[in-house]
Write a protein that binds this ligand. Sequence first.
Ligand SMILES: [Zn+2]
Ligand SMILES: [Zn+2]
Length: 594
Amino acid sequence: MEIPKDETEFKLYKLRHSCTHVMAQAVQDLFPGTRLCIGPPVEDGFYYDFEAQKPFTLEDLVKIETRMKEIIKGNFLFEQTTHSKEEALEVFSKRNEKFKCEMIRELPGDTVTFVQHDTFVDLCRGHHAMRTGNLKHFKLLKVAGAYWRGDEKREQLQRIYGTAWPTKDELDTYLIRLEEAKKRDHRELGPRLDLFSIEPDHIGSGLILWHPKGARIRIQMEEYLRNKHLARGYQPVFTPHIGRAELWKTSGHIDFYRENMFAPMDVEGQAYYVKPMNCPFHIAIYKSGLRSYRDLPVKLTELGTVYRYERSGVLHGLLRVRGFTQDDSHIFCRPDQLQTQITEVLELAKEILSDFGFKEYDLKLSTRPQKYVGSPDDWQKAEAALEAGLKASGLPYEIDPGEGVFYGPKIDLKIKDSIGRAWQCSTIQVDFNLPERFGVTYRDDKGHDVRPIMVHRAILGSLERFFGVLVEHYAGAFPVWLAPVQVAVLPISEKLIDYANQIHQEINSAGFRVELDNSNQTIGAKIREATLQKLPYMLVIGEKEKTEGTVAVRNRVGENLGTLKLAAFLSKLKEENESRRGCPASVVDKTVRV
Ligand SMILES: [Zn+2]
Ligand SMILES: [Zn+2]
């Protein structure tokens, strides 16, 4: 985690960083011989990696916490001192701390700094609380496996996570939020609702299997995205999954991105790589014909599946995977069109994200870094266009000076979910690099071939990741328009199967996703099953309904919505489906508790 610029964030950083030292001391006091690795503050907390003789248990965490409280009570000062590298190596090699020694050798410069409190010394660049007494409101959360340097070929480590806050209230609020998040964890809900699975041993790590129910949601997402893009003048394209090494050489991926690419395969004596990005293919399509200034902007769009080699240590459910599909588009435009294009992308993002139920956004414009390609003048103009585009969109934004990538300024958009967590989602990235590398041009009004501006943009980002966020946002209680099964037909007894079948068929013909439960279970069990699956509507079919030609409607939180003629129910369903109304938060909350 970088040192935060914001004052409050910096205070939290110092607090959590200090906790890592106290935790490390407690661990070594209780488990002598445990080796120290690194212990950084992270979002909402901190961790420390240890090489331990045996894995820590939850009981161990309780003991560590108790020891930490004693150290905190001691109210020791954190003191920083500077040492030569030799001296530092001597101190840590005496203690058999081989990881610290490895770090000392790799650090630049001739000196390093130590930070000490009580009797405990750690290699550390500083930024701590004043005294251990400032760290009262902390909690250790869990233990996880990790590898030294995130490399599965290196030593296996034990990572202890914790959180710390300035006040007891803040700590309690955070712990409640964590409980809430646990109940919504997509890695739990995914298999439980039969949406997707991941089988590291059988299929491979970080590779997602979309089950029929998850796939139905994905089809809704894809259809919706396609229509929105076509309506905005994007042109659909499809591109291959592999491409020749020469292509990735030209694009710069082999030189600058290789560690994230899977090893090449040999095809008739030539190297081919699985694509980590779609951009070079879209450029090839743009370049397939002569483009005049009148043809611009050209907006190519694809739901493009890419593969990136992520180390197994960083893989995380659907959020960090090795194969994913981007809602990827590339805009080629004239400089005078950039601002309008940016505003349009932001409008589209707002439209799409709010239909998926996300109404709060955090936008950031990142400007020219120290190292960059292109001319300062082009950067300045592009940054101005991006900012003007942001202003015109009416969305609040912040500027992050110097945080752009080397090839162009960008806008990042984060969404806020139903329990207040922020998720990185859309990116709009200007690129001065690829058009240069591939010699991309258009013919201007004077007959000269000049470079267009190229913009990479994704709104959902990765479909897999966005789906993971959606599962947690709705706790699996998807709104009608996304729900894999919208209606369950539940006959009370076998005698009613014919009528239930007829209802099922009519709903199906009306274009809705419907399932008939014709098992010989009791109606109570059928309702319970549909409730656990969080299906939006259940139609209970009894003798009375059959005689009257009606259905008894229930929703997923057990509310009785009355007995209706099927046509009346269908018209309500149609309205809800088309409005893309989300499931109200109160309903989602109730489904979390079933
Ligand atoms: Zn430190
Ligand atoms: Zn791209």
